[in-house]
Write a protein that binds this ligand. Structure first.
Ligand code: CO
Length: 210
């Protein structure tokens, strides 16, 4: 079957399956959403947020872009952050990168991709911040993996720099910020276990907005 038609067939089967177990499934979800997680990940087709986490619809508020970036000038990601913190009251914010990320890889090469160069400049800035550590890694694949990890950590820092995160955390003790890596070769998720309270207090030395 042509893949375009297949989508609608799949959707029909999925609806029937959901309603079979719970007649009110869609009508209840229509009334409100109450996700506990904001997930910020890469647009890569091989890293679908709900599939890799095993969470159902309604469980994850999702923002995806090339290389899972959180630039403070991007109205899109900033709006998602503000809304999920102030309105949805999410308890956790996850930035999830993935090994083999094409966006991160592109930022390590001297090739122009037009408009995208401006977006990926954010990853080059991460490289610049950690240049000496990264240049010490001789194996180019390991250096690539490490940049993927450092990019996730720096995007977590960008989340923590925002007034929304600081205001909410000081008042409510949530949301907590986490950095994850999805390993495309194995399918496993890895928690980078960033020291959120330590990063928050360090960030607040310069970026205290509350
Ligand atoms: Co990617």
């Amino acid at each position: 079957m042509d893949i375009y038609k297949e989508i609608f067939e799949n959707n029909k089967k999925w609806v029937e399956e959901k309603v079979k177990n719970d007649k009110e499934f869609f009508t209840n979800l229509y009334k409100e959403q109450n996700p506990h997680f904001l997930y910020i990940g890469c647009s890569d087709s091989r890293v679908p947020a709900n599939v890799i986490t095993g969470l159902d619809i309604g469980d994850l508020f999702v923002h995806r872009n090339i290389a899972n970036l959180v630039p403070n000038t991007d109205m899109n990601v900033m709006s998602v952050l503000q809304f999920s913190i102030e309105v949805l009251n999410v308890k956790h914010i996850v930035v999830c990168g993935h090994y083999g990320c094409g966006g991160v890889k592109a930022s390590m090469n001297n090739t122009s991709f037009g408009l995208l160069d401006n977006w990926l400049r954010n990853v080059r800035d991460v490289y610049r911040l950690h240049e000496s550590c990264l240049n010490e890694i001789n194996d180019s694949n390991l250096r690539f993996d490490r940049l993927v990890e450092l990019n996730v950590i720096e995007q977590c820092v960008n989340v923590i720099k925002t007034s929304y995160l600081q205001k909410s955390y000081i008042k409510n003790k949530y949301p907590e910020v986490h950095g994850w890596i999805y390993d495309m070769k194995s399918g496993y998720l890895k928690d980078l276990k960033i020291d959120f309270p330590k990063i928050l207090s360090k960030v607040r030395e310069l970026y205290n907005l509350e």
